[in-house]
Write a protein that binds this ligand. Structure first.
Ligand SMILES: Nc1ncnc2c1ncn2[C@@H]1O[C@H](COP(=O)(O)OP(=O)(O)OP(=O)(O)O)[C@@H](O)[C@H]1O
Ligand SMILES: [Mg+2]
Length: 283
């Protein structure tokens, strides 16, 4: 197990005229060492949901169990919230909400320091995490707020990597990144997954979902509309779920209409398609 969500609801601005129920009786499970994608239309409750996984928001009803941590709506305060935030690292959808310190290296070393590392070790850890994100030493003394959107996102990601959480939650990690940086981030995510981390990615990018995730949860108006394998999501009637179909899936559909049915091959990327076609040619 990694994360189990049971009957969770959440309302913003409760007991005010602006009250809004963002999640309604949501239940789902995120398995250890999976890469789970959370998708859904804007406003469907994705960011609200993941903010509960590390105790930034508390459920109004129900329970969330994250490995040894239990977040129960009936508790007044979330227990062991500091340890929970070391266990579950959340990279915010908007990096500006996460960055706060006057220099890049201070910002990224804050996490490890906060969890008990001395200054020198924390700085080393920060430099290591920044290097993983392709941010070199010329950035160390710069203000994170002067950086471009993509650079801010990379620094925010480094800030979470520096904590070395077991579960990594990325809220739209490639938004604002150029294709090359997106690929670098996703390749790093794959590597972290291979090292044993559990990954949760919120995305609007169905190609990303199809290529990288082994599990998907689709939210619609605060409810779970689908929970299963990505390839099964696109077999549903997706018109009313307002999501795009991955390009590779569209291409396989064209091939099928032209007489080449590869639907049983579980192809998720161009590389996999090439592999299947090469194997077939050998036969
Ligand atoms: N702080 C807040 N106060 C009031 N309502 C909020 C607040 N944050 C979010 N909401 C509302 O709750 C609903 C769910 O928001 P949430 O941010 O979880 O959606 P999302 O699926 O992450 O959307 P997006 O794809 O645009 O990021 C939306 O209707 C949003 O307007
Ligand atoms: Mg969001």
């Amino acid at each position: 197990m990694s994360i189990k969500v049971e009957n969770v609801s959440f309302t913003y601005s409760k007991k005010t005229p602006n009250s809004y129920e963002a999640l309604h009786n949501v239940s789902l499970e995120i398995k250890k060492n999976s890469i789970t994608g959370i998708v859904g239309h804007t406003g469907s409750g994705k960011s609200t949901l993941v903010q509960m996984f590390n105790g930034l928001l508390k459920p109004e009803t129900g329970t969330i169990t994250v490995d040894d941590f239990v977040i129960d709506s009936k508790q007044k305060k979330i227990k062991n919230v500091k340890q929970l935030r070391k266990h579950v690292g959340l990279v915010f959808q908007f990096p500006e909400y996460q960055l706060f310190d006057e220099t890049v290296e201070k910002d990224v070393s804050f996490g490890p320091k906060n969890f008990g590392m001395n200054n020198i070790d924390a700085l080393n850890k920060a430099h290591e995490a920044l290097a993983m994100m392709g941010i070199d030493e010329t950035y160390y003394k710069r203000s994170p707020f002067e950086l471009s959107g993509g650079e801010k996102r990379k620094v925010a990601l480094a800030g979470i990597l520096a904590i070395d959480p077991d579960i990594l939650i990325l809220d739209e990690p490639t938004a604002g990144l150029d294709p090359k940086s997106s690929l670098e981030v996703l390749t790093l995510v794959e590597k972290l997954h291979e090292q044993g981390k559990t990954i949760v990615i919120i995305t609007h990018d169905m190609d990303l979902l199809f290529r990288y995730c082994d599990h998907v949860v689709l939210l619609k108006d605060g409810n779970v509309a689908f929970d299963g394998k990505p390839e099964n999501l696109f077999q549903k009637n997706i018109d009313d779920l307002s999501i795009d179909v991955p390009k590779i899936y569209q291409f396989l559909d064209i091939l099928k209409k032209k007489g080449l049915d590869l639907s049983k091959e579980n192809i998720r990327s161009v590389d996999e398609l090439v592999k299947v076609l090469t194997e077939r040619r050998k036969k």
